[in-house]
Design a protein around this ligand. Structure first.
Ligand code: HEC
Length: 282
């Protein structure tokens, strides 16, 4: 038997492990599987509007990692900086959907000074939401780094329209033609996201793959599926960076995500079934 193609007998056989271990592993797989589905839902929520349109598409991936080139015409309204941020990286700081809707509606409407104190259907004004959710970081008095960079007012109770104005301008007067937007993930963010993901995801991918290595079933198929999730991560992570310079990166991210999702899903189900199938293979 070639060393390239091990069979489960040479590794280990999780299905033969004691009941307690198999119960623990099943719980582990259930958590990892569910966690992955939640991560997918989160990804969809976070990025589906990246290109300004609902639903996840190639353009969303481009907008996040590569920068999107769009055809601008008179009707195109580029969202203001604040609207983009509120829908993406600042979304996490907004506690309730009602607060989010209030802020979003005001910003979509152009973010006027009068609108700041207008009561929305839910009884909230954009000013209240800003005070409650944003000023603790964006007020000058807080002394945070971001308040120096992007101050919204002198102290936590006084959002100042004049100071916020640069972030409220939505480009409506853009010329006709093609325009390239910068990637939504700037360098520091990409570095942050990369190291967090690159140090965590491969760990449980490895555990699942090693369990899969010891599962029963047709050897050829298992050998084909076994390295796929880890290789897919390489495509995905690599693509995030490559996308800044080449469109290949965008497709690498998409291919990586698709391959990971399907192969990882198969491995989790396969291992779970294997752990609990009574028939022992010869
Ligand atoms: C916990 C602190 C914190 C809170 C709360 C917070 N922000 Fe931010 N904000 C940041 C940081 C840090 C950045 C810069 C990095 C980034 O974009 O993630 C930022 C960036 C921004 C930017 C972009 C500034 C620029 O230079 O282009 C806008 C606009 C913004 N925030 C709006 C808001 C709004 C609106 C809220 C309230 C819903 C809010 N932020 C709540 C910390 C915060």
């Amino acid at each position: 038997m070639s060393k390239l193609h091990f069979n489960s007998a040479t590794i280990w056989r999780p299905s033969d492990w004691p009941l307690a271990v198999r119960v623990m592993l099943t719980a582990f797989l259930a958590i990892i599987g569910t966690g992955y589905l939640i991560a997918l839902a989160n990804l969809y929520e976070k990025h589906q509007l990246a290109d300004g349109k609902e639903g996840l598409s190639v353009d969303d991936v481009k907008a996040v990692y590569a920068g999107l080139t769009i055809n601008v015409n008179e009707e195109t309204v580029l969202p203001s900086r604040m609207l983009t941020q509120v829908r993406t990286s600042m979304r996490q700081y907004i506690e309730t959907d009602a607060q989010f809707e209030t802020l979003e509606a005001w910003l979509k409407d152009g973010g006027s000074e009068e609108g700041l104190d207008e009561k929305h259907e839910n009884g909230k004004t954009p000013r209240r939401v800003l005070i409650k959710q944003c000023m603790r970081c964006h007020a000058v008095s807080t002394g945070t780094d971001i308040s120096r960079e992007a101050p919204f007012g002198p102290d936590e109770f006084s959002p100042e329209y004049e100071q916020m104005k640069p972030y409220l301008a939505s480009d409506t007067k853009v010329e006709k033609g093609r325009q390239t937007l910068k990637p939504q993930y700037d360098m520091p963010r990409l570095i942050l996201i990369s190291h967090i993901h690159m140090l965590s995801i491969p760990m449980f991918t490895l555990v699942v793959a090693m369990l899969f290595a010891g599962a029963r079933g047709p050897t050829t198929i298992r050998n084909a599926i076994l390295p796929l999730p880890m290789l897919a991560l390489l495509l995905d992570f690599g693509g995030w960076w490559l996308a800044r310079w080449s469109e290949i990166g965008v497709y690498s991210v998409l291919a990586g995500g698709a391959i990971f999702g399907s192969a990882f899903g198969v491995q989790i189900l396969w291992v779970t079934l294997d752990l609990w199938s009574p028939t022992r293979a010869p």
